[in-house]
Ligand binder design. Structure first.
Ligand SMILES: *Cc1c(COP(=O)(O)O)cnc(C)c1O
Ligand SMILES: [Zn+2]
Length: 418
């Protein structure tokens, strides 16, 4: 698909393919549009994708780069830090525990910086280079800073990453190590975002999720492409995915819709279930009260990577959940901790708090009887447990023994008799 223009999602006004993100007429968000060439030979296109690189650039023809679709665009894969092609794991023990039929876990913690953000940063970086930027920047809830710092290092670009000052120490350390400029802002993510919006007007920097947001957002489509390819070119019946700004959630749908329209995959658009933490649930709140817009909140949750109080794509996430017959739920911090443990104990996958939100939401949907036993559900695990260790501290016992068989037997009598 050839990249066409930027269009306002609200009034459809057209803009050139520069570093623009907001409509000058109505302040609506801009998105990338493409000129769809009809897919003649579906089998040939599928074969070309399967023969492509083992990363998101196998889908380069569907991503917003100016270079013509084909080999030269796929060659973008040779630059930088490859993201994507993460495992889709069938989770029968999790399904059994929840009384469900077919549950699959898309483990996007298996990316270079251990979150799905490597997908969106890869695409934003590739476009930033086409547009001639030499400095990468972002407003982050944690994982984005991590990813921008690493990808900038791999590409030899300067970077500035802005985070809320109260972020988990693991995420700060895992970011600074790449030699970026870490800026900890006294305030919430929404304050960080406002600051970055102002800075983007003053500095010729590629803020991946501000002035490059239309390109950045397209990277999340690869999560849908990959899922469909891994399911044998079919869509799942339902998806459960976390919502921070709502970008991942809505672009996941866009990915499935694009490939369905092109005839590359079989099935229907899945039912979309969004997951938020109740300490920062502007979209779930609006869903519950039947509103079409979100009232901003001040975040207070352990799920810091999802702590966006004023989500840019909130209204579109609401519309998507309603249109597809899905839902948007919120879960408490205790449910988040339980969700992390449930996923770990049934699949061997250790996720961060965001994945705890998603797993707890799946459990809630199952408990409510919203999911049929004949349905295929994909759960999106977007980040790694080692980055939010505090969430599991104290949730299990460590057996302290002396280095003797007697001490072991005295401390764990059940292990000896079992
Ligand atoms: C950023 C992030 C998300 C989703 O973010 P959106 O702004 O909704 O696209 C989900 N999970 C994790 C772990 C993240 O870091
Ligand atoms: Zn507009």
């Amino acid at each position: 698909m050839a990249i066409d223009a930027l269009h306002c999602k609200e009034c459809r006004a057209e803009y050139d393919l520069g570093a623009h993100y907001v409509c000058e007429r109505c302040f609506g968000p801009l998105e990338v549009t493409y000129r769809h060439a009809p897919v003649g030979d579906v089998a040939a296109v599928r074969r070309r994708i399967q023969g492509g690189p083992q990363n998101i650039w196998r889908y380069a023809d569907f991503l917003p780069l100016e270079v013509q679709p084909g080999p030269s665009r796929r060659a973008a894969s040779r630059a930088g830090l490859p993201a994507g092609c993460t495992p889709l794991v069938r989770a029968d023990r999790l399904a059994e525990r929840l009384g469900l039929g077919q549950v699959w876990v898309k483990n996007d913690a298996a990316n270079p910086t251990h979150s799905f953000k490597d997908r969106v940063v890869s695409v934003a970086l590739a476009r930033a280079r086409e547009l001639g930027f030499d400095t990468l920047a972002c407003a982050s809830t944690g994982n984005l800073a991590n990813s921008v710092a690493a990808h900038a290092a791999a590409a030899g670009l300067r970077s500035y990453v802005f985070i809320p000052a109260d972020l988990e120490e693991q995420k700060v350390l895992a970011t600074g190590v790449y030699g970026t400029n870490v800026v900890a802002v006294n305030g919430t993510y929404d304050d960080v975002n406002r600051l970055c919006t102002e800075l983007s007007a003053e500095h010729p920097w590629a803020f991946v999720n501000v002035n490059l947001r239309p390109y950045y957002a397209e990277g999340s489509k690869t999560l849908a492409y990959e899922t469909a390819e891994q399911l044998g070119w079919e869509t799942p019946d339902r998806v459960v995915a976390p919502i921070a700004s709502g970008s991942l959630f809505t672009k996941l749908a866009r990915g499935f819709e694009e490939w369905l329209e092109l005839g590359l995959i079989e099935g229907d658009v899945p039912k979309f279930h969004g997951a938020q933490a109740s300490g920062c649930a502007p979209v779930a709140n609006a869903y519950a009260s039947g509103h079409e817009v979100c009232r901003p909140v001040k975040p207070d949750t352990i799920a810091k990577s999802l702590a966006i109080g004023n989500p840019a794509d909130g209204p579109y996430a609401l519309e998507l959940a309603r249109r597809t017959g899905g839902s948007i739920d919120a879960v408490t911090d205790d449910e988040v901790r339980a969700g992390i443990r449930l996923l770990a104990e049934t699949t061997g996958i250790f996720t961060e708090t965001a994945g705890g939100v998603t797993t707890a939401t799946l459990a809630k949907l199952a408990g409510r009887g919203d999911i049929g036993r004949d349905e295929r559900v994909v759960v999106y695990i977007t980040g790694e447990g080692l980055k939010t260790l505090d969430a599991v501290r104290g949730t299990f016992a460590v057996h302290q023994v002396d280095a003797s068989v007697d001490s072991f037997a005295a401390t764990l009598p059940s292990a000896v008799t079992a």
